[in-house]
Write a protein that binds this ligand. Structure first.
Ligand SMILES: [Zn+2]
Ligand SMILES: [Zn+2]
Length: 128
């Protein structure tokens, strides 16, 4: 039986929520295959795209990996701080950046669809 898209999305989100660290689509697929051996990669990709569009998950573009959203926001800017040592990701609310960020691509009439800001460094445990 094929599952509904909404059910798929909550399955994928549940896998992400169980993990502190970002997961690639294939890592998510591997976990879900434990229960559903014939699950195909495009199904997971579609669910991830929908979750990202809805702001329920965020893509770390530089890692090609995903994290569950950990703050409440509608149209704000997730600021994802990634530890280069242990791989932990913290999410901060970047709402205050939105007006400045959205002004930047106006010069070239670029149409932004979503924003995300990545900060690379060390988390407080690794920085000591
Ligand atoms: Zn978020
Ligand atoms: Zn760390």
């Amino acid at each position: 039986m094929r599952k509904q898209a909404a059910t798929r999305q909550s399955d994928v989100l549940e896998v992400l929520t169980r993990h502190d660290k970002p997961l690639t689509a294939y890592a998510i697929l591997d976990q879900m295959k434990v229960e559903e051996p014939d699950l195909a990669a495009p199904t997971v990709y579609r669910a991830l795209a929908a979750l990202t569009d809805q702001g329920r998950a965020h893509k770390l573009e530089s890692l090609k990996a995903f994290v569950a959203c950990r703050c409440e926001h509608d149209s704000s800017v997730p600021v994802l701080a990634m530890c280069g040592n242990c791989g932990a990701v913290e999410e901060h609310d970047g709402t205050r950046l939105l007006s400045e960020l959205s002004a930047i691509p106006k010069r070239t009439k670029f149409q932004p669809e979503r924003y995300s800001v990545e900060i690379h460094g060390l988390c407080k445990d690794c920085a000591v």
